[in-house]
Design a protein. Structure first.
Length: 117
């Protein structure tokens, strides 16, 4: 099963083992990640499963038949703190190719890469 790491606003992280062909929203809800509500059950009728895809993973997510639809774009217009890699978790289906995926919850930031001085 692929691993997916969720980053939280407080700087903590939690890695889940996710069954293939499961949405990020479903994985989060079933594993008690309270920041992901999934109120509409994955029907693209709310934005309560809004996540940020780590920039290093954005192209790989899309390459797994997880393109952003016009309906998803419309729903993200109503989400909090939308960013370039914002997605609805219900529209991201986890596959083996996404093993190691990193997503952040709204309000969270991705850690900055370490630089040598």
């Amino acid at each position: 099963m692929p691993d997916v790491t969720f980053l939280f606003k407080d700087g903590s992280a939690r890695t889940l083992r996710v069954a293939e062909n499961t949405s990020l929203m479903r994985a989060a809800v079933e594993n008690g990640i309270e920041e992901i509500e999934g109120a509409c059950g994955g029907c693209i009728a709310c934005a309560t499963c809004h996540v940020y895809i780590h920039p290093d993973w954005a192209d790989r997510v899309i390459a797994q038949d997880n393109e952003k639809s016009e309906s998803e774009e419309d729903m993200l217009d109503m989400a909090y703190d939308v960013r370039e890699t914002s997605r609805l978790g219900c529209q991201i289906i986890v596959t083996k190719a996404l093993d190691g995926l990193i997503v952040a919850l709204p309000g969270a930031d991705f850690p900055s890469p370490l630089t040598e001085g």
